[in-house]
Design a protein around this ligand. Structure first.
Ligand code: CP
Ligand code: NVA
Length: 305
């Protein structure tokens, strides 16, 4: 039976740990020039219905490093953009390729693609979640802090795809998760429902960034207007006043607190240039780890098929 990576809600803590461990191994091999052609002769189709820099480059480079090939399909330029049903696209790509990565709007589209494909499907971001990013984030925090369990993860900003995946990923790995977002911009109900299943002291959602940041070991933030929300930019800028990760907020966190941002970042909005630059090493480690985490996902899903 093929497996997919559609959302972190589908994974057990053991499965997440297995991905992080494999990513550590792949990163070590890469840095030490050890051959890693685990996907020789295999092809990954990458469907993009939204823009990307990191996701596209890290999947394509990752596939190359593993001895395989990645194929870029723009939603607009393929028949998907002219309305070919997703289930037919799934069946066609299953005849040519060994895996599909998709970045799109609706989570339902990714789920439908996976249901109709005979090959693994990987979610490269939807409006609902960004599992590959959060696997890279967990990898980065574990590298810097040695453990995940017991650390306090704080998220400041929009209850968007990043917030959804961080809440699920953080709680599954035994972290304490504290979220601060403005009213009307809460994380998805399905995610808040999942969070309720954790012990009460492990999850909090509040309106005050200072409350969420107090005693944090890692602070996350993300853009106020995500892809597809460009028209809401002005309204959102007003709603998110006071939700900027700045030096005053960082002063409330634990000593050695990390800052993570999935990028692209809007300096002067969700994060100040000062905080961004002070934590640039960690933020670009995080970007690099997209490569290693996704190589791990591709190996685990595609190598024995
Ligand atoms: N963080 C992230 O997914 O970046 P891209 O949009 O550049 O892929
Ligand atoms: N929340 C952002 C993440 C970009 C990687 C977006 O969806 O645009």
């Amino acid at each position: 039976m093929k497996q997919d990576l559609l959302k972190l809600l589908d994974l057990t803590p053991e499965e997440i740990t297995a991905i992080l461990n494999r990513a550590d191994q792949l990163k070590y091999e890469k840095k030490h020039g050890i051959p890693q052609k685990y996907l020789e002769g295999k092809t990954l189709a990458m469907i993009f219905e939204k823009n990307s820099t990191r996701t596209r480059v890290s999947f394509e480079v990752g596939m190359f490093q593993l001895g395989g090939h990645a194929l870029f399909l723009s939603g607009k330029e393929s028949q998907i953009g002219r309305g070919e049903p997703i289930e037919d696209t799934a069946r066609v790509l299953s005849r040519y390729c060994d895996g599909i990565m998709i970045r799109t709007f609706a989570q339902a589209e990714v789920e439908e693609l996976a249901q109709n494909a005979d090959i693994p499907v990987i979610n490269g971001l939807t409006d609902f979640c960004h599992p590959c990013q959060v696997l890279a984030d967990l990898l980065t925090v574990r590298e810097h802090k040695a453990v995940l369990e017991g650390l306090k993860l704080c998220y400041i900003g929009d209850g968007n795809n990043m917030a959804n995946s961080l809440i699920v990923g953080g709680l599954k790995m035994g972290m304490e998760v504290a979220v601060a977002c403005p009213e009307g911009y809460d994380p998805a109900p399905q995610v808040l429902e999942f969070a309720k299943s954790s012990p009460a002291h492990k999850f909090s959602l509040c309106r005050a960034p200072k409350e969420a940041a107090a005693g944090a070991d890692v602070v996350f933030t993300d853009v106020w207007a995500s892809m597809g929300q460009e028209e809401e930019k002005t309204v959102r800028e007003k709603a998110f006043q006071g939700y900027c990760v700045d030096t005053a907020l960082m002063a409330l966190t634990n000593p050695g607190c990390m800052v993570q941002h999935c990028l692209p970042a809007h300096r002067g909005e969700e994060i100040t240039a000062e905080v961004f630059e002070a934590h640039a090493q960690e933020i670009f480690d995080e970007a690099e780890n997209r490569l290693h985490a996704q190589k791990a996902v591709m190996c685990l899903l595609m190598e024995n098929r």
